[in-house]
Design a protein around this ligand. Structure first.
Ligand code: IPE
Ligand code: IPE
Ligand code: MG
Length: 247
């Protein structure tokens, strides 16, 4: 992947998995006198440089929140615009992503998405499954509560003994499957909420929000977020420098 000449001082700790709530496309468009769809287009175009930044900084998994189950309640025109945009992106960007070693994953329900787009999503996953430069996990038609419910349904359907079910095995039934939990969740557009994003997996994620709208969020902003991450003390309920008692 191409990188620009700016050099960033190395950081002690790089999050392995970053989740981004790519919010603010509509406001970005409005502030420029454009229609909302132009904001979504600019938003999709912005994934590439941020992904490049992730590779440069050593992030191994990037999960981007692209369409929530609640977003179906938006006007039909906007919803179909977003669906078309995903199809267009897979058609026109898949080859390049593949050449750059990006492994594509999907988190969300396929049901509800039109059949043709479902096929494209499955093709993108299959086509890139052996790539190992970075995982780009696209949360599309994703809702955290629905994900937990789908996992519970599957656990019940498989007749798993409730007594033996652990948090670890349950996690494997989530859409994110074998992916590690996100270390950091970034939200652009200034709001301080998860909006149903990775609500199980983000239990101990470091949260970071910036007022910058998603289409303007660049590599420098990503670096700033990782600098902030380096200032966080992750305790996971323990006392730092104290003894750890096994539970
Ligand atoms: C995020 O941008 C993209 C999606 C939710 C699909 P928005 O469309 O929510 O932009 P704002 O929040 O209205 O500015
Ligand atoms: C969150 O943004 C969903 C995505 C970025 C895909 P929203 O704009 O849908 O969230 P709310 O409605 O402000 O909570
Ligand atoms: Mg929004």
């Amino acid at each position: 992947m191409s990188t620009n000449s700016t050099t960033y001082p190395p950081l002690a700790s790089i999050p392995h998995h970053v989740g981004i709530i790519m919010d603010g496309n509509g406001r970005w468009a409005k502030s420029r006198g454009l229609i909302r769809h132009a904001g979504h287009q600019a938003g999709v175009d912005n994934i590439r440089p941020v992904l490049e930044g992730c590779v440069e900084f050593g992030i191994k998994v990037l999960t981007v929140y692209a369409f929530s189950t609640e977003n179906w309640h938006r006007p039909l025109e906007e919803v179909s615009g977003l669906m078309r945009l995903l199809g267009f992106t897979i058609r026109h960007r898949l080859h390049e992503l593949h050449q750059n070693g990006v492994q594509i994953r999907h988190s969300g329900r396929l049901t509800g998405i039109n059949k043709e787009l479902q096929k494209q999503i499955l093709h993108a996953i299959e086509y890139t499954k052996h790539n190992d430069q970075i995982i780009l996990n696209v949360a599309f038609n994703y809702g955290g509560r629905g994900e937990i419910l789908d996992a519970v349904r599957q656990v019940i359907a498989e007749g798993i003994d409730p007594e033996t079910l652990t948090e670890e095995t349950f996690s494997r039934y989530l859409y994110t499957g074998d992916l590690p939990d996100p270390d950091m969740i970034i939200r652009t557009g200034g709001d301080w909420r998860l909006s149903n994003f990775l609500i199980w997996q983000a239990a101990y994620s470091e949260y970071y929000t910036t007022p910058t709208y998603w289409p303007d969020f660049d590599k420098n902003e990503l670096y700033k977020a990782i600098v902030e991450y380096n200032h966080r003390e992750r305790r996971f309920g323990r006392i730092l420098d104290g003894e750890t008692t096994p539970a």
